[in-house]
Design a protein around this ligand. Structure first.
Ligand code: KG4
Ligand code: ZN
Length: 345
């Protein structure tokens, strides 16, 4: 039996969770998101201070909920990157102090792999080989995974904006509150997806050939901005729902087709989707529909595990422990741009 404590502080959520042999015992999250609506974006300094204040209460709440004593913890996993430097530093410092005080191993892990790994807590162990699609505010990547603890290759990623970031920027253009992603999702459900044909980046000709698994959403964002400008200059009302639905369709069309193409090209019958953006209703619908047409199984965790949380980090820590992976040295630092070649330090 091994009990892993997971700590996540890469952005605005302070998450602490406990996983014992693949079973989630507790998952507690505090967030400072409410403080950013008036700024239209996260303020890193506020986020770091909020982590400092929330760390100990969140840890205690998770231990209480799991009914686990700190001394019973066998390993501590913490997000070492990518993320905001101050936010990451609070989590890694706390994890080091805890590991040192109880004399247990420390694992500094990659946040992005955590977004994939959390699905195991819900849908059971991964198959031997699968494709991962991680979509969040900061990342849109396609991963080829044979072992989530030891063998992950990035097939492609975004060359400019991540999917969530593009949604947040278009949200701003439409005058929606920050973060725009969930608001665009809501509007798009009542809009016409075919009203406006927005561009699908890197999907045709040479671009497609050279970048089969890469994404580019900045041209799309500019096309939306031009469309809005055109209507505004002509003094016309904005069909917000149709813009949201057509824009959302362009993003989700590209995400799902490239991820499913990767499944076929690499002979995988399973696609695992994770990250904050995987809460998107059209992504979930389109992925399920297109995967079924191609005989591919899609695994997407429930909404509460899509946004940042401690469970994803505890799940990845548990995979590292069960695969007998060497712990991280106690002097690890954080890596704001941690590459997808690194599963843990
Ligand atoms: O993974 P996450 O919580 O944080 C990062 O690591 O970035 O992802 C947050 C991102 C934000 O850009 C947010 O707007 C987006 O995910 N998001 C959504 C939805 N829910 C969250 N985007 C589209 N539709 C949603 N339902
Ligand atoms: Zn995330």
């Amino acid at each position: 039996m091994s009990t892993v404590l997971g700590i996540e502080t890469s952005c605005d959520e302070t998450g602490v969770a406990l996983v014992r042999d693949g079973e989630l015992l507790a998952d507690v999250t505090a967030t400072s998101m409410d403080e950013y609506a008036r700024f239209g974006g996260i303020i890193p300094e506020i986020a770091s201070r909020a982590h400092l204040e929330s760390m100990v209460p969140t840890l205690n709440a998770a231990l209480d909920k799991a009914d686990v004593d700190l001394a019973e913890v066998d390993a501590i996993a913490v997000t070492a990157g990518p993320g905001l430097i101050g936010s990451l530093t609070v989590g890694v410092s706390a994890a080091k102090a805890l590991a040192y005080s109880i004399g247990k191993p420390l694992y500094g892990v990659n946040h992005i792999m955590g977004h994939v790994c959390v699905d195991e807590l819900v849908d059971g162990r991964f198959p031997e080989h699968f494709i991962g699609l991680v979509v969040s505010g900061g990342h849109s990547s396609i991963l080829n995974v044979t072992n989530i603890a030891t063998d992950v290759t990035e097939l492609g990623g975004t060359l400019d904006d991540a999917a969530g970031e593009a949604f947040d920027k278009v949200g701003r253009l439409l005058g929606l509150p920050y973060p725009g992603g969930p608001h665009i999702d809501r509007l798009s459900q009542v809009g016409n997806r075919e009203a406006i044909r927005f561009p699908r980046g890197l999907t045709v000709g040479r671009d497609k050939h050279d970048h089969p698994y890469d994404f580019s959403f900045s041209g799309l964002k500019t096309a939306v901005a031009r469309y809005i400008e055109g209507l505004t200059d002509a003094g016309k009302d904005l069909p917000k729902e149709d813009i949201a639905a057509s824009f959302s369709e362009a993003v989700n069309d590209v995400l799902t087709s490239k991820a499913l193409n990767a499944c076929e090209a690499f002979g995988c019958d399973t696609l695992v989707i994770g990250g904050g953006f995987s809460a998107n209703s059209r992504l979930r619908e389109l992925a399920a529909q297109r995967a079924a047409e191609r005989g591919i199984k899609v695994r997407i965790p429930p909404m509460r595990y899509c946004t940042d949380n401690g469970a994803m980090i505890a799940a990845l820590g548990w995979e590292l422990v069960s695969n007998g992976v060497e712990p991280s040295p106690m002097d690890i630092t954080v890596d704001t741009n941690m590459s997808l070649d690194t599963i843990h330090f």
